[in-house]
Design a protein around this ligand. Sequence first.
Ligand code: PRP
Ligand code: ZN
Length: 300
Amino acid sequence: MVRDPNRLSIAVQKSGRLSDESIALLKRCGIRFAFSKDQLFCYGENLPIDLLLVRDDDIPQLLRDNVCDLGIVGQNVAQEYALSNALRNGSSAYTELRRLDFGYCRLAIAIPEALPFADLDDLNGRRIATTYPAITRRFLDENGLSAEIVSLSGSVEIAPSLGTADAIADIVSSGATLRANKLREVATVVQSSAVMLQSAKPMSAANREFLDRLLLRIDGALQVKESKYVMLHAPRNAVEAISRLIPGAETPSILPLAGHPDKVALHAVCTETVLWEHLESLKEAGASSILVLPVEKMLL
Ligand code: PRP
Ligand code: ZN
């Protein structure tokens, strides 16, 4: 495929844990894609930003080969690639641009429910099946353990029942896969969430500009999730105390209230979750007519 140097391309997982949220984030940034089923490539209709729908494990290599400019992938996949790659030649394929607020999971060691386990030393001499051999190797080395790693390309969770391994090191999100396979988690190797990576290869000036715009929008989209717009009435003499009680508020706007010289209206954007408890303490401090509104877009 010939790359258009004036269009940014972003690789995202085609189907899996990160797919929906990766695409939802880009849509929240105002990009409209022309989608059709089983497509590998989605054209950005209103911005020069295209999507490449691929296997998440392939994303670091695609960035390295400069097949795409950006990629959304789990830290687990990025770290595995970086570790196994560093073993070969130490060059860096990408830089981490942003941590995203989805795809939370952990790489964990799990063993059959029936197998006794006292501490990590019980892993000595065991065979651990994983699709993350480099991260698992580092974990074993750091803990002075001598287990054998059985490197698989998928379906790790069935390895113990097939007898090809005694334990697994695999991604756990809800824990459903472990439960379904009668495995129990005995150690966390590493925590992970989705990240946005950028290819280490230089990009055109035009693309750098689109990227800066996109990052501003991503920051806004990430910020907006928790953000609320709070409006309330406050007695003039309690404005300071009340402002301090609004969670994560920057300097609030203070507006006169028609017909109430002793009161003002106070408006503020809260960048933290607003709980009922916050509203109760605001009321106690003298606030009334408290409204909490969702924020749809934000550009900081
Ligand atoms: C991981 C892991 C399990 C599942 C665990 O796969 O291999 O299959 O997620 O999730 P759960 O705890 O919610 O059941 P992943 O989504 O990384 O897919 P991939 O290896 O096919 O990319
Ligand atoms: Zn994968």
